[in-house]
Every structure is written in structure tokens, then in C-alpha cells.
Unconditional design. Structure first.
Length: 278
């Protein structure tokens, strides 16, 4: 993973929770050291906690100080916000002390996020990060989405969010708001991350490591799923998806050129391109 970051030099890295298995101090220290290696390359990061980052068996701590270790090793802020002239990334905490598996978005946080989104220029790429998923995975069976997902998608699609990132289910998949919550609006792209650094992949990614590479310009977004290839000894692009930006009128890819950098098999350093990359 570090080699991929070093090779492709993203503008930004998002880590959508579950940094640990059981929220133990030593696990947080290892996770912090890993993220420090990314930031040492000059790449900023944004992290939100997952349900595994809240103690499960240390009940007293789970009730009264569920984020103690996370705050100590990562940030006192559980819902960070990053912004520059081209990019807005808004973190939402969906993992709480009473959360065993499923999460929720509080209505309080939705109101806060709405103010942030509506105060942001239309041209800025707007990204929301939450650990729990807002759309079900393939072959989902009885798997439920997080609480208040409908209200969240209603807000995000009306406020110009381009992309939602999550990472709870150990399986990479992609969809859109209009596929699951049809409103007759330009769709929000919803991207769920697989397992990047552990052996807990599920579905078609069982015991596989994956991550997502995102490239965007003022008109469209390209999402590439990367998977670890043992024969190549590195992460390599597995599939690619191309979407118009949410505010594009008419909402179509016709006449557009996909944003992206050179995809040589093992580039020494990708050429510069006028894109915002997460």
C-alpha cells in the first residue's frame, strides 16, 4: 500500500474506519505508524472511526469513553473536514459506543453537513466519508444500511455531493443514489471500499486486499478498483468506472475526456495532471 502511494502520489488519502480489530492501544499504535508513513510522503489524510475502533469487550470503556484510544492516537475530532479550492471532504461518525455492527448518521450531523455543503461553491468536488454503508452490497441478503440513510441521501443529492465513501463490509462495490433512492436528480456516486490491509475480505474478495483510486476534474469522476496481485507483487487496476460530476448539465459523458494519469504497468512517477485525486 505504501508503495502504491509512493508510486502514484495521490493528492489526498481517505481512510474510512476500522483501523483496528478490537480497538486495543497497540493496534492503534500500529495503525498510526502506518498512516504516518503515508503523511511522511507529503500526502494529507482524513480518517473517520469504524465500529471496530470502539472497544467491544471492555464494556466500561465502551460506555463511558468509547473513542479514548482513537482520539489519543488519531484525532480528538471524530468528524473532520478538509477543504481547499478544489476539494471538500466531510467526515461523518457513524460508529457509537452502543454500536455492535450497524451504524447511524445523526440528524444533528446532517444539519451541520448541510450548512457546510450549501456554503461551498458548486465547482468544488464534494465528498462525504462515513464508515457504514448507505447502499447494500451485492448478494446482501438481510444486510441493512445505516440508520437515517434515506434522509442522508436526500440531503446529499440535493446539496450537490459528488461522491460518498464508506468501508464497513470488507467488499468493494459501487452504485448511485438514483439506483437505490430515486428522486429524479443527478445521482451521487456511492463507493464502498474493500479490505486494504487485512485478510478479512468478503464475497469475491475473500482474503483479497483492495483499495480505490479516484480521479476527478471539473466535469467527471473516474473510480478505479485496485486489487493486490500476487504474481505482480503489487496493487493493480482491476476495474474502472466513469461518471459525470453531479452538477453537470446535461448529465452525460458525451463529449467529455476522462480525467486520469498515465497508467503504465509500474510507472516510476505519474506525470502531473490538473485533477483532484483522492
Amino acid at each position: 500500500m505504501i508503495q502504491l502511494v509512493e508510486r502514484q502520489r495521490p493528492d489526498f488519502v481517505v481512510i474510512s474506519g476500522d483501523l483496528t480489530q478490537r480497538a486495543k492501544p497497540e493496534q492503534f499504535r500500529e495503525a498510526r505508524a502506518f498512516v504516518d508513513r503515508i503523511e511522511a510522503l507529503g500526502v494529507p489524510t482524513l480518517t473517520v472511526p469504524g465500529n471496530h475502533d470502539v472497544p467491544l469487550y471492555r464494556v466500561w470503556e465502551r460506555i463511558f469513553n468509547p473513542y479514548g484510544c482513537y482520539r489519543k492516537h488519531f484525532s480528538p475530532e471524530l468528524e473532520p473536514v478538509y477543504r481547499d479550492e478544489e476539494l471538500l471532504v466531510v467526515g461523518i461518525n457513524t460508529a457509537f459506543g452502543w454500536t455492535i455492527k450497524d451504524g447511524r448518521i445523526t440528524l444533528r450531523r446532517l444539519l451541520e453537513v448541510e450548512k457546510i455543503l450549501r456554503a461551498t461553491p458548486e465547482s468544488v468536488l464534494k465528498v462525504v466519508v462515513a464508515h457504514h454503508h448507505l447502499i447494500p452490497p451485492p448478494n446482501f441478503g438481510t444486510q441493512e444500511v445505516l440508520a437515517n440513510a434515506y434522509e442522508a441521501i436526500d440531503l446529499f443529492s440535493s446539496a450537490g455531493v459528488d461522491l460518498i465513501l464508506s468501508g464497513h463490509l470488507h467488499q468493494a462495490y459501487i452504485g448511485s443514489s438514483e439506483e437505490f433512492y430515486p428522486k429524479g436528480r443527478p445521482p451521487v456516486v456511492i463507493l464502498h471500499s474493500g479490505t486494504t490491509t487485512s485478510n478479512r475480505g468478503r464475497g469475491g474478495e475473500r482474503e483479497a486486499n483492495t483499495c480505490n483510486w479516484i480521479e476527478a476534474d471539473g466535469k467527471s469522476i473516474v473510480v478505479s478498483h485496485y486489487r493486490w496481485h500476487h504474481k505482480l507483487g503489487r496493487f493493480a487496476e482491476h476495474s474502472r468506472h466513469w461518471y459525470p460530476r453531479q452538477e453537470l448539465v446535461p448529465y452525460t459523458l458525451e463529449g467529455l475526456e476522462a480525467p486520469g494519469r498515465s497508467r503504465e504497468p509500474v510507472p516510476a512517477r505519474p506525470p502531473a495532471a490538473p485533477t483532484a485525486t483522492i
